[in-house]
Structures are given as C-alpha cells and as structure tokens.
Design a protein around this ligand. Structure first.
Ligand code: COA
Length: 432
C-alpha cells in the first residue's frame, strides 16, 4: 500500500466519528460577498455544502454582498458613507442594493444547482421573509435611512424549513412591519439566527485582517482578552459582533474566506484549520477506565522509548488503570497522569504526559491540579515523584527537590540508582 492510500485510510478513520457526531446538527454558515465573488471559491464551497447536506447537517446560510454592492455603487457613480462601520443606505441606493443582492443570490443558487451533480441527493435552497427589520435610526445626528437592524426573527419558520430538509438562505435584505425594505448587516444576522435557533455551530468565513494573529482555540474570556488587545478597528468590530453569540452557541468556527474547504477541515478533523471559539469545555479531565488503555499507550509509548517515562506493560496499565486520570478531547486522549497512594499518606505522581501537539497550553498544569485534588480527597498529605527530565517544570509548579530517604520505604527499596532520577515532593494543604 502506498503512502497516499495509507493517508486516505487514516483520514477516513479519523473523520468517520465526526460524520456521526454532526448528523442532524444545525450549523449557521456566514458567507461574505468576497468569497462569492471568486468563482472557483464559490464553486468549491457549494460542493462542500452539498456534501454536508448529504451527510445530514442542517444548514442556514447567511449571505453577504458588501463587496458586490461597493462595486455596483462605483459603477453607478454613487458615493456612499459609513458611520460606526455601518453603511448608510439612502432611498436612491436601495434599487441598486436590491438588484445586486438578487444577482448574488442567483449566483449562489446556480452554484448549488451545479454542485448537485456530484451528490446523490440534491440540495434545495429556500429563502423567505423570516427577518423583521426596523430602521437603525438617527445616531450622532446621522440618519441611517434604509440601513436597518434586526427586530425579530421567525425562527419557527426557519426551523420548519430545516426540518423539511431544505437549506435556509438569509440575504442582507429584510422588511419592516410597515413593508419597507432595509439593508441589514449580515454577520449580525448570522449571529442572531444562530442564537435564536440555538444552532450547534456558527461557522464564519472572514478576511485575513479579521483573523490576524488569532490562535487555534479561544475560550470566551480569551476572546474578550483578544478584543481588548487588538489594535485593528475592523478586527475589534468583527470579534465584538461574534462575541454576542456567547453561551447560546457552543462553538463558533472562524475560517479564512480565501480557503472555502476550511469548512470540511473544521468539521471533520480534530484540529480544524481556523479558530474555534468555545463556550463549553473543549476538553475534559476525568478518571480513566479500561477502554482508555489503548489511547494511553499511544500517548506514552513514544515517551517510554525516549526514556522520559518508565516502561509500563499493557497488562500493568490495565491493572492500574483506576489510578489514572486523562484529558480527553473529541474522544482522543491527549494527556494522562497517575496517582499511587501509599500507606504513609503520601501519593506518588507518575506518568504525567501531554501529547506533543498540545503542550504549552497549560494542560499539564490542569492535570496536575486535578491529581492534587484527587489526592486531597483521599486525605493524602503530600505528593512525591521521580523524574529524570522534568524536575524544573515540577519545581515551577510548587515541588521541591528532596532525597531518597524521604520516599516511602517500599519505594526506597525499589529506587533504580542507574536511572539517577531526581526526587521531588510537594505538601498538600489540608483545608479542603
Ligand atoms: C511536562 C509536561 C507534562 C508539561 O505539560 P504542558 O501542558 O506542556 O505544560 P504547561 O503548558 O502547563 O507548561 C508549559 C511550560 O513548561 C515548560 N516545560 C515543558 N517541559 C519542561 C521540562 N522538561 N523542564 C522544564 N520546563 C518544561 C515549557 O517550556 C513551557 O514553558 P513556557 O510557558 O515558559 O514556555 C509535558 O511537557 C510533557 O508531557 N512532557 C513529556 C513527559 C514528561 O516529561 N513527563 C513528566 C514525567 S514525570
């Protein structure tokens, strides 16, 4: 079997779990006009969305058209103003908006119809007057005229559309209860619809400028910190809009609009390709059970081979599995540690390891804290460990260098003088 065949098999194995996980889930996908403007990108995205539809994912698409509107206004020689990052839409501009948005929408529909060729079940896109708008009004003495804001959303109608196995499409146009037409910010709509239908995911394509410097994952507090640290007004505005989904939508994925296939990587690979903002815990620390043995072995075997950890047989691991805690992410074990209580009320910390791809994210510290809590619940008074490579890390985490005679007697007799491990101890507070 050649390498590309092996890669294919591994990828299929990795993604199959996600296919089941996402089936029946609801995703709101924000597609900016910039992405739609590049025909090859639109074609690629339409194919991927048709695939997701066939895999049973329910989707609401929210289509932007700012880039196309800017272009149409320039062609019509009609200058336009912004205030607070929002475009002012005058009555004279409205027909150009309606025309342009109509064209963009038909481009999308055409792309999906073409994409249906490659899927067994054709995707049907539906849109409707689901969003009720109201005027944005006069702000700082400036009348926004036909620039509107969202007043309410008929989320039951959108959900009914999704339950009928159709893809719902929202455009920048929405209508007031008095029948007026308004231009709405589509990212705001995407966030609002994701909140109101309690979508499982909001997936947002964004510009490189909006994504600049963002890490692969952000918790909600980290997102707020990123906003406070950014010096780019466009990025601040973008991230602030995203932050309103806070807690309602558990996961927001930010992807580069120049890479439409990022959507497949985000959904079907462990690490995705963009930035994930999560309001639930993305990983969990828990006690290990017998089913975790294989995952722990995969994690620690390379470290055993390097001599960083002492070799453990599979049988020994199976017998001692109740001593282990693990960090699990998307059903993969990315960290482990073991606690062995001794009769003198000390506990040995052993086999602490974080997968190399996840080191430096304070997961080692999180696991150590969990082991300390576990030890305190067992009324242990101190922790000790033997290490050949990592004593500085433990000293930075409150351990002190100690001597062999401080070890429990049974452990002293087993001490391997060839290995020359350092002995470290840490007292545990009893105030729990
Ligand atoms: C030690 C280990 C568990 C730390 O996990 P982690 O999740 O990366 O740790 P944290 O994110 O909390 O801390 C990372 C910091 O520790 C430092 N660090 C990592 N390994 C270190 C070591 N052997 N000695 C000193 N510092 C170390 C990193 O450089 C980083 O420092 P920085 O924040 O200044 O850049 C992880 O590096 C690991 O699995 N190492 C291999 C296995 C091992 O040595 N286990 C201990 C055997 S008893």
């Amino acid at each position: 079997m050649n390498q590309s065949e092996l890669d294919f098999i591994n990828t299929l194995r990795q993604s199959s779990g996600y296919i089941e996980q996402h089936r029946g889930k609801t995703c709101v996908i924000y597609i900016p006009g910039e992405l739609i403007m590049v025909p090859s990108n639109l074609h690629q995205l339409a194919q991927d969305i048709a695939l997701l539809d066939n895999l049973g994912i329910k989707m609401v698409l929210v289509m932007g058209a700012s880039a196309q509107i800017d272009h149409a206004m320039r062609l019509a020689n009609m200058p336009f103003d912004h205030h607070h990052q929002f475009r002012i839409t005058t009555s004279e501009m409205l027909p150009i908006f309606q025309q342009t948005i109509g064209v963009v929408r038909s481009q999308l529909e055409a792309a999906f119809t073409r994409a249906n060729n490659s899927q067994p079940v054709p995707l049907t896109v539906t849109s409707g007057n689901w969003v009720i708008a109201q005027p944005k009004g006069v702000i700082d003495g400036i009348d926004f005229q036909h620039t509107g804001r969202l007043r309410k959303m008929n989320h039951q109608a959108i959900s009914a559309c999704l339950n009928a196995e159709q893809v719902a499409l929202l455009t920048p146009l929405a209508y007031s209860l008095t029948g007026e037409v308004f231009n709405l910010n589509t990212l705001e709509q995407a966030c609002a619809v994701a909140n109101s239908i309690q979508a499982d995911k909001l997936m947002v394509f964004a510009s490189p400028q909006q994504l600049a410097g963002l890490p692969k994952q952000l918790s909600i507090p980290q997102l707020r910190h990123a906003i406070s640290q950014s010096t780019d007004a466009e990025q601040i505005d973008f991230l602030t809009q995203i932050s309103v989904t806070n807690n309602r939508v558990k996961r927001v994925h930010l992807m580069d609009e120049q890479t439409p296939s990022a959507i497949l990587l985000e959904l079907f690979t462990r690490d995705g390709s963009g930035t994930l903002i999560f309001s639930d815990r993305y990983h969990q620390v828990r006690m290990a059970n017998i089913e975790d043995v294989v995952g722990i072995l995969e994690l620690i075997t390379p470290l055993e081979q390097q001599g960083v950890l002492v070799k453990r047989s599979r049988e020994r691991l199976e017998l001692e599995i109740a001593n282990f805690m693990i960090i699990e992410r998307d059903q993969h074990i990315i960290g482990c540690a073991a606690l062995y209580p001794h009769a003198d009320l000390s506990g040995e910390l052993a086999c602490l390891a974080i997968h190399p791809n996840y080191q430096g994210q304070e997961l080692g510290e999180e696991l150590l804290n969990a082991i300390e809590q576990n030890a305190q619940h067992q009324h242990l008074k101190k922790l000790f460990l033997l290490t050949t490579h990592t004593h500085h890390w433990f000293i930075e985490h409150g351990f002190m260098l100690s001597t062999i005679d401080q070890l429990p007697e049974q452990k002293q007799s087993l001490y391997n003088f060839q290995r020359q491990s350092k002995v470290l101890t840490k007292s545990l507070s009893n105030d729990r």
